[in-house]
Design a protein around this ligand. Structure first.
Ligand SMILES: Nc1ncnc2c1ncn2[C@@H]1O[C@H](COP(=O)(O)OP(=O)(O)OP(=O)(O)O)[C@@H](O)[C@H]1O
Ligand SMILES: O=P(O)(O)OC[C@H]1O[C@H](OP(=O)(O)OP(=O)(O)O)[C@H](O)[C@@H]1O
Ligand SMILES: O=C(O)c1cccnc1
Length: 489
């Protein structure tokens, strides 16, 4: 487990910690919730990822002498007594989160952090950093894989990723969401993701002839040969040479695994290459394709009858090319006042941006007849656990005229305890279990929510109590604003 620096945070967190410490409020309790406001890529769901990294971070969170020395050089002139307080720092709060691979939706708490304001403030930046990127890439990967779940999808993006961490954790996120393997060898070692590779154009360019290049590659690793056939002329040179080598391997009792197409019209070339391979009796040789692929191109290629078995997807997956940020936020939902936790709200001129106050629980509500998800449902923490025998009313978080009563349902709580009072209490599942969890999640939703184009909006709702609290707090803030005694002096 790799330590992540305590300085992987924004300066304003340290400054707020300092100001709390100066004012003696640093040990007051606070509750923050992480959520995003809108789904990326026009998708109907997002795929939660990033929890393993949060656990790596929180479990080893402390300030080293070197980090304290750096803070000592800062223009804020943090006093020595504050720096000594940081030296003693460790996370002693509680964290709940949904499980990785779970389908998640706007406005609902994905992670809930409770602790002193000192510690909960420090960790905002890192938590958002991990979740925003990994959830984004997992969502993109799930979207790509769902175009053709029976095909093989390989992550090829390391060279185009935004540096090493992104390549590595993006690969993990892609695997969680259904990708079958990666070209990144370190991701294989670190996470146990299957690693595979073909060869580059340079291998062919670096030989006297394409045929010689293919023969030498086949000689070197006869059990893992996928030949890149587009360096000179795919159908006139690359595929015939690959067939020559494939037949030679067959005679030696070996098997050419595949050919890779990386340019040109991938539909036409794959159809023609398939015919040529089949006519030569090489029906088991797979066709791999790469070149700026994404879900739209892959869907289009499928529609054109492309004969592609394996898709290598790089740039557009690992950089979440068409929407490079998720926009998840970390908002204060409750604070300590006079020794008690009281709800906190963030008001905005845009009703959609007004936060849902109060520490909350999150449930997924299922139709017991079909076992399909109907809506997600947030209640306040002090409400009774949702009991399946009692009718519930789901309130739209912004528009009260949209509400729905439900009598018969099955409810599943989505937030798991990860840390309790600073102690890790969660066994992170094996990566393959997380991956299976994601597959199972997809089966729990009607296809209208998971389709790529214009999906139905899945309902995320508040309980009556949570809704009324929100309205009361909005009203209180409005009264404050309207009351001249609260206005400018
Ligand atoms: N039949 C097809 N239908 C739709 N898109 C395709 C089809 N074949 C390939 N593509 C996509 O079109 C784009 C073609 O990219 P580009 O114009 O760079 O061509 P190229 O084949 O890579 O060119 P070059 O031969 O110069 O390398 C890629 O994103 C590729 O995935
Ligand atoms: O297109 P992406 O989805 O990002 O997939 C990765 C790309 O990286 C390689 O190209 P590159 O030109 O970097 O190297 P090469 O010489 O081996 O083709 C590979 O051939 C793919 O085209
Ligand atoms: O193995 C491959 O074919 C590969 C790996 C990384 C990027 N492009 C292709």
């Amino acid at each position: 487990m790799e330590r992540i620096s305590a300085l992987h945070t924004d300066k304003y967190q340290i400054n707020m910690m300092f100001a709390h410490w100066v004012n003696g409020t640093h040990e007051q309790k606070a509750v923050f919730e992480v959520y995003f406001r809108s789904l990326p890529f026009g998708n109907g769901y997002a795929v939660f990822a990033g929890l393993e990294r949060i656990i790596d971070y929180i479990s080893q969170l402390h300030f080293t002498d070197e980090e304290i020395d750096f803070l000592r050089t800062q223009p804020e002139n943090y006093p020595e007594s504050f720096l000594q307080e940081l030296k003693k720092f460790h996370f002693s709060g509680s964290i709940s989160a949904v499980e990785e691979g779970t389908l998640v939706f706007p406005s609902e708490p994905l992670v809930r952090v409770e602790g002193t304001i000192f510690e909960t403030q420090l960790i905002e930046t890192a938590i958002l950093n991990f979740i925003n990127y990994q959830t984004l890439v997992a969502t993109k990967a799930s979207r790509i894989k769902q175009v053709s779940p029976q095909d093989t999808f390989l992550e090829f993006g390391s060279r185009r990723a935004h540096e090493e961490d992104a390549a590595l954790w993006g690969t993990r996120a892609a695997y969680v969401a259904g990708f079958d393997g990666t070209s990144n060898v370190l991701a294989g070692m670190k996470f146990g993701i299957p690693v595979s590779g073909t060869h580059a154009h340079s291998w062919v360019q670096d030989h006297e002839s394409e045929l010689e290049a293919f023969e030498r590659f086949a000689k070197a690793m006869p059990d893992h040969v996928v030949l890149l056939v587009d360096t000179y002329d795919t159908l006139r040179s690359g595929v015939p040479h690959a067939i020559q080598v494939g037949l030679m391997m067959k005679q030696q009792g070996k098997q050419l695994k595949g050919i890779r197409l990386d340019s040109g019209d991938l539909a036409y070339l794959s159809i023609e290459a398939r015919k040529m391979l089949d006519e030569a009796g090489l029906t088991d040789v797979k066709i791999v394709a790469s070149n700026d692929l994404d879900e739209a191109t892959i869907l289009n290629l499928k529609a054109q009858g492309a004969k592609i078995d394996t898709w290598g997807v790089g740039t557009k997956l690992i950089t979440a090319y068409d929407q490079p940020a998720l926009g998840g936020v970390y908002k204060l939902v409750a604070r300590e006042s006079n020794g008690k936790l009281v709800p906190a709200i963030k008001i905005s001129g845009n009703p959609e941006k007004i936060s849902n106050p109060g520490k909350k629980k999150l449930y997924r509500i299922f139709d017991p007849k079909t076992n399909k998800a109907i809506a997600d449902y947030m209640t306040l923490i002090d409400e009774q656990d949702v009991e399946e025998s009692k009718p519930i009313k789901l309130y739209h978080p912004t528009y009260p005229f949209i509400s729905k009563g439900i009598k018969r349902y099955h409810a599943v709580s989505l937030l798991r305890d990860i840390y309790r009072d600073g102690k890790l209490v969660y066994d992170l599942p094996q990566l393959d279990e997380i991956r299976s969890h994601h597959q199972a999640q997809l089966q729990m939703f009607w296809p209208e929510y998971t389709r790529q184009l214009n999906p139905e909006i899945y309902k995320v709702s508040l309980s009556e109590k949570a809704y009324l609290l929100k309205m009361k707090m909005i009203e209180e803030h409005r009264t404050e604003k309207d009351d001249p005694s609260h206005g400018e002096e």
